[in-house]
Write a protein that binds this ligand. Structure first.
Ligand SMILES: [Fe+2]
Length: 325
């Protein structure tokens, strides 16, 4: 095992294939030609994750219970992670993405921290809550979408009168895969506010999102319906889109090499993801693993948030899309 001329000569003259495999196995190498439980290459994309749905009305009730049962003094964040229901997984919602429902009580503060993963929030029900991101305090009102790019200090507070609820989305599973995880609590517990503003590249107010959807050009493929993309250049691993579907709209089914998590901002309908059908309404979350056939039908006028790894897949040149009848 030491690279000596004797060893090199022994290896060169190994008498059998079995002896060869044993010799290279002892050197932490495996032959490329052996059969493996998980092969190196396969014919077509197949996510190990499954289509799944989480109902907001149930999560909200559970968060109301959590509001009674645990405070932000004990819970760093009072949230419920949406784990994809596959064996052995208690974190990821899909391969690259994680999401959670989170809540804050009036008068509470969720301490400031920062972490490598990029994060965003879709504010479901809130009047008077806010985020402080890198010293900038911005409102979190119902329908807002708020960004927290990686390594930005962020904390949350609530000056209103009613419990606030939102959806969190992050690229934590990607960080776990690539391993650049860093996390730090703010030394002061709560980051001081430098500026207070309604207008920030970190915040997409609901009214602006509706106005942009109203100006959006017609979507030609029929796969996605009226769509806008929200710019988030400081967090390029997560693609943020918002779709607007009128009642009765039905898409042209497709599949693509991108993991997508939908959040219902308004409306109701049914999505069929691969072989699973989900009836959804306000606040629900639907996970569509990459390369699953996606079919949507809006029964009410709908605004659907979609967070995905599409731009990441495009950057790697892995992205592809096809219509599926
Ligand atoms: Fe965070």
């Amino acid at each position: 095992m030491d690279g000596s001329p004797r060893i090199v000569d022994e290896l060169r003259n190994l008498p059998t294939l079995e002896a060869l495999q044993a010799a290279i196995g002892a050197r932490n190498m495996t032959p490329g030609w052996i059969k493996r439980p998980k092969p190196i290459l396969w014919h077509e994309m197949h996510s190990e994750f499954v289509p799944a749905q989480w109902r907001y009305v149930e999560a909200k009730a559970a968060m109301q219970a959590a509001g009674r049962l645990i405070g932000t003094d004990l819970a760093e964040r009072r949230n419920f992670v949406m784990r994809n229901p596959i064996p052995g997984n208690d974190i990821a919602t899909l391969r690259t993405l994680i999401c959670a429902y989170q809540s804050i009580m009036p008068g509470e503060k969720a301490r400031s921290h920062r972490h490598a993963p990029h994060a965003l929030r879709v504010i479901l029900e809130s009047h008077g809550s806010y985020s402080t991101v890198q010293g900038e305090k911005t409102p979190m009102e119902s329908g807002d979408i708020v960004l927290t790019p990686g390594w930005h200090w962020h904390g949350h507070g609530h000056d209103g009168d009613e419990q606030a609820f939102w959806f969190d989305g992050l690229d934590v599973p990607l960080t776990h895969l690539l391993e650049p995880m860093f996390f730090e609590e703010h030394p002061d517990g709560w980051e001081a506010v430098d500026t207070v503003t309604d207008v920030s590249p970190m915040r997409f107010p609901w009214a602006d999102t509706l106005a942009k959807l109203g100006r959006a050009p017609a979507e030609k493929t029929g796969h996605f319906g009226t769509t806008i993309e929200l710019p988030a250049p400081s967090m390029p691993t997560i693609t943020l889109k918002v779709h607007q579907w009128n009642a009765g709209w039905l898409n042209r089914p497709y599949r693509h090499a991108s993991n997508t998590i939908y959040v219902v901002m308004q409306g109701s309908g049914t999505s069929r993801i691969a072989d699973k059908s989900f009836d959804w309404s306000f606040g629900d979350t639907i996970a569509a693993p990459a390369w699953c056939r996606i079919e949507h039908k809006a029964s009410g006028d709908t605004v659907m948030f979609a967070m995905s790894d599409e731009n990441l897949m495009r950057w790697t040149k892995y992205y592809r899309i096809e219509a599926v009848g």
